[in-house]
Design a protein. Sequence first.
Length: 287
Amino acid sequence: MQTVFSIAVDAFAYGMVLFVISIGLSVTMGLMRVVNLAHGAFAMIGGYIASYVARDLGLGYSAAVIAAVVITIIVAIPIERFLYRRIYGAPELTQVLMTIGITFCVIGIANYVMGPTLKTIPLAGALQGSADLGFRTIPVHRLFVILCGLAVALALWFAIDRTSFGVKLRASVDDAAMAAALGVRTEIIYAVSFAVAVGLAAFGGVVGAELLPVEPYYALRYMVTFLVVVSVGGAGSIPGALIACLLLGAIDTTGRYLMPEFGEFFFYLAVIAIICVFPRGLAGRAK
């Protein structure tokens, strides 16, 4: 039972890390129609910034998280303005080539500035140790990650489905010309959506650094993982992304616990099986 509980906790935490990072990609792909393969690069930037702030400057974990999100968004604003805006509505191959190029540029710059070594992010004292649940103990950091994932899911659902911004975003996606004619500033809507997606990637890169270590080729190592999660969940679907992350996280974690020599075999086997049954993803919509 101890092993089962450990697998469940790690699987839940891992799934939530995937969700926090990947949901921004789901938003850009499903709502903004942009195949952003550089999404993991922004998570990597956030992790590098947090490591520098917490470890080198000694400003603490909370300051590191805030700095990572804010600075990553600031870095992303000119990238969105001068590069991404050129590929909105462009053929998917153009988007793929552009965003892969951005990924390699970010990796090169990050390694030149920060050094080609794995970066650690010291946890706050409150996130270290274990919490006693009465019948079992659970690492506090795992519990923190789970709560962060649930909070992000609830906040995004509310923002997209229950606010005027969400209405304008969905209107811009369905018919940008008509939305603009009705007074919706579509460029601002896309810029804000992109900033939110990038901020979530940075946030996930920091809080999930214990499970997805921040290293020189982070953006490439997890590029396929994030893309797969979005494909399985259905691009643009928050519930679909959450279910996909929890399901794939459980399968991957269980496989690594019980048969570690198989690596990611069970993860991708599950992906193949799900896509065969649900070609548009678990909650995908017809185009």
